[in-house]
Design a protein around this ligand. Structure first.
Ligand SMILES: [Zn+2]
Length: 498
């Protein structure tokens, strides 16, 4: 059997001030056939799993573009079209194939394209014809469209947020598409749309139980259906401003469209019922810092509280240069604090020019727009510098280059500033820049949830702050123009009338 695989991902935040172009992909991951990096491991979006499964199954593999950019605004049109067409040309020139795997995000937009995944799948289907099985793996923050469903045989999304299970899902998808190709199953899918814009952390209840319940149907003949092949709880990506933004449940059964529709509807109602219980309580800046002080006073020496500044999470398209929490810590005279990762290449450049040990006046952060607050003007001490060779880890196998970093100190508040925009996902983001976060009383991470698994076990407490910013959870503050109404929480929604 001949297998084709490509990965092309971007989570598009319509309200992000940060443009996305081909260079944005190159800065994160952009590997083309012939690139020596194609030979090495790529612990990304399940790519390695598809490669390994193809080899195990004795398949001949054609690997095309592997591209992923940090979330931001819609991709520049000509760059999107060029990247897309490179993949499609590979698909065409290396074919015919028996199985096609496209590892995508599910919330990708480009200038002139609301639904990049649907566009890519539609064109891929035209090339391979109706009989070749196409499997798609998505991030659960996906807005699944009809065009995507028409183009693919099976679509699955990861189950967990933090997204720790891409490999597991890729493994399942490979087997399902393999079975489809061998005519052992006839995948039939149904989507139940849920008009809601919300976030759900899967380690916490009640979402944990719903994820487990959905999973338990897979491989069974639950609730009067034929075999349930897969169940996806698509959380939606609320910052993509287009008509299909929103959550859904997607069920694939073996040759039983009615069974798929029935189960998707049942789980859709259960998902909607959790709409206001998806995340930990969000606190204002003052309430967050008050609560942190209270916890630290009770815990005594050696304790560290971790605060999520998810509103400035690069992983959702924020600039990661907001100053609201920095300013609040300075105003309160907090010490033994570290904040990261703050994206400010100019500050890194100036600090590097001054050198370790120097003290200089700098204008920090607040540069990309109103969502980043005002810049902080301060006398800053340069504690440490690194020059592009350091990485942070997400899992032991997955690492991300930090770019150049500067560890700065302002009146007892330390800041890790870097040149490649990204969220801190692991304490190594601080350690590699020269700061042990566990030596601090307060660690402020510009991350919504991917930090959680690697920080929570050593933290006295984890608090979620709803500061202003591009990713503030205040749905009413977002200038939506194109989403389909009614949608919760902007409107009252009665699912049964939909
Ligand atoms: Zn995601």
């Amino acid at each position: 059997m001949r297998v084709f695989c490509s990965a092309f991902g971007h989570e598009t935040n319509s309200f992000s001030p940060v443009p996305t172009n081909r260079a944005s992909y190159a800065q994160t991951v952009l590997i083309r056939p012939g690139d020596s990096r194609m030979e090495g491991p790529m612990y990304l979006m399940g790519v390695d799993t598809i490669i390994a499964k193809a080899q195990e199954s004795g398949c001949e593999l054609s690997l095309s573009t592997i591209a992923f950019a940090q979330p931001g605004a819609a991709t520049v049109r000509s760059d999107y079209e060029q990247l897309r067409d490179e993949i499609l040309e590979d698909l065409s020139s290396t074919g015919p194939h028996d199985m096609v795997f496209l590892l995508l995000h599910g919330a990708m937009m480009a200038e002139g394209y609301d639904d990049c995944e649907g566009d890519l799948l539609d064109r891929a289907r035209t090339i391979v014809g109706p009989d070749v099985a196409i499997g798609v793996l998505l991030d659960l923050h996906c807005n699944i469209t009809d065009l995507m469903l028409e183009g693919a045989d099976i679509i699955v999304a990861c189950r967990e947020y933090p997204h720790i299970d891409f490999d597991e899902r890729a493994c399942e998808l490979f087997d399902q598409i393999h079975a489809t190709t061998r005519k052992e199953i006839v995948p039939t899918s149904a989507q139940y749309r849920i008009p809601m814009l919300a976030m759900f952390h899967t380690p916490r209840e009640p979402m944990r139980s719903l994820v487990d319940r959905a999973r338990a149907f897979e491989g069974t003949t639950g609730e009067g259906t034929n075999e349930v092949v897969q169940v996806t709880l698509a959380h939606g990506f609320p910052w993509s401003d287009f008509p299909d933004a929103g959550a859904s449940v997607l069920v694939t059964t073996n040759d039983d469209p009615q069974g798929a529709a029935s189960l998707a509807r049942t789980l859709g109602h259960e998902f909607f019922a959790l709409r206001d219980q998806g995340t930990e309580p969000m606190r204002s800046i003052d309430d967050t810092l008050d609560e942190a002080e209270r916890i630290l006073a009770a815990a005594g020496p050696g304790a560290t509280v971790v605060v999520s500044d998810g509103s400035d999470n690069a992983g959702g398209g924020a600039a990661s240069d907001s100053t609201f929490l920095l300013q609040a810590c300075l105003d309160r005279g907090f010490e033994e604090v570290v904040i990261g990762l703050l994206w400010d290449p100019i500050v890194v450049q100036l600090a590097a020019a001054a050198g370790v040990g120097a003290t200089l006046d700098l204008r920090i952060g607040g540069k990309t727009g109103p969502a980043s607050g005002n810049p902080v003007d301060a006398s800053v001490k340069v504690l440490n510098l690194t020059n592009g060779k350091k990485h942070q880890y997400f899992t032991p196998k997955q690492w991300v280059p930090l770019g150049d970093t500067a560890l700065l100190e302002i009146e007892g508040v330390q800041l890790v500033v870097n040149t490649i925009r990204q969220q801190p996902m692991h304490p190594s983001a601080f350690l590699e820049a020269g700061c042990d976060p566990w030596s601090k009383r307060l660690v402020i991470v510009k991350s919504s949830q991917h930090f959680y698994g690697n920080f929570a076990p050593d933290a006295e407490a984890v608090l979620y702050c709803d500061a202003p910013g591009s990713l503030s959870t205040d749905v009413f503050a977002r200038p939506y123009r194109r989403i389909t109404r009614p949608i919760w929480p902007l409107d009252e929604v009665d699912l049964d009338q939909g």
